[in-house]
Design a protein around this ligand. Structure first.
Ligand code: DGL
Length: 267
């Protein structure tokens, strides 16, 4: 048992979908969240840059004595886990494997689609994880325009619907029966995906899959906290205002206290 918080980092606000899932599943746990709002987006950056940023973010969390680190950002998870695992002295979890495992367990026809940022898709991380799990056909599609749509709050907007239709068309033509929502922002669009894709495609929310894995890792390491409800603390690297405005949409409640800090270099 450990009272230390679970550390979660993301490029910005999107990782709050993972915090929300952890809070729901593990209400006794406290979460310490860092959103690298000064350096987002990660999805269009090179793997080298994303690895450097991820390591700096994770080191900030371990300096605060978190008991494990969750890379909530799919782009960060797709490239930085080996370096984080080598460097940090605490268990590290990314969102790729939990999402891939969930997709592999729900697909009936073995045809899985994955959407994510350019960085996530071009890393091949989901494709490899799914192939390793025996999924025979994986179709991957970058879907970067959905990130600003979600941040704008266009969760049920005809333009967002048209973008989903455009991105998922090629995947549907490949005959997928399961779609991995491989980006922190996409779970907020689940109702719209449902509307566009109908009931015949399973939607895999990597945030929910990651929360289940957090519980597993805490149990395996004897770190799960019992008792009363935990609290969340939030840190960002740019001024908190925009983060606070959008956070409610991702977390489902307001985040009145957000602290601005600096990690690494911003040049
Ligand atoms: N958090 C990122 C992800 O899940 C999306 C936003 C970004 O590109 O930074 O891949």
């Amino acid at each position: 048992m450990s009272d230390a918080p679970v550390g979660v980092f993301d490029s910005g606000v999107g990782g709050l979908t993972v915090v929300r899932a952890i809070n729901r599943l593990l209400p006794a746990e406290s979460v310490l969240y860092f959103g690298d709002t000064a350096r987002l987006p990660y999805g269009s950056k090179s793997p080298e840059t994303v690895i450097r940023f991820s390591l700096e973010n994770a080191l900030f969390l371990t300096e605060k004595n978190v008991k494990m680190v969750v890379a909530a950002c799919n782009t960060a998870s797709s490239v930085s886990l080996p370096v984080l695992r080598e460097t940090l002295g605490v268990p590290v979890l990314g969102v790729i494997l939990p999402g891939a495992e969930m997709a592999a367990s729900v697909t009936e026809n073995g045809r899985v689609g994955v959407i994510g940022t350019h960085g996530t898709i071009s890393s091949g991380a989901y494709q490899k994880a799914l192939a390793d799990l025996g999924v025979r056909a994986v179709s991957a599609q970058p879907a970067p325009l959905l990130v600003p749509m979600v941040e704008e709050g266009w969760l049920d907007h005809p333009i967002t619907e048209a973008i989903i239709l455009e991105y998922t068309g090629p995947l549907l033509r490949e005959g997928i029966d399961t779609l991995v929502l491989g980006c922190t922002h996409y779970p907020l669009l689940k109702p719209l995906f449902r509307k566009v894709l109908g009931g015949g495609v399973h939607l895999v929310d990597s945030a929910e899959a990651a929360a289940l894995k957090v519980r597993e890792i805490l149990d395996e390491n004897g770190l799960r906290r019992d008792g009363t409800s935990g609290d969340n603390r939030f840190y960002v690297s740019d001024i908190p205002l925009k983060f606070q405005e959008i956070a409610q949409r991702f977390l489902g409640r307001a985040v009145p206290l957000v602290t601005q800090i600096q990690v690494g270099r911003y040049d």
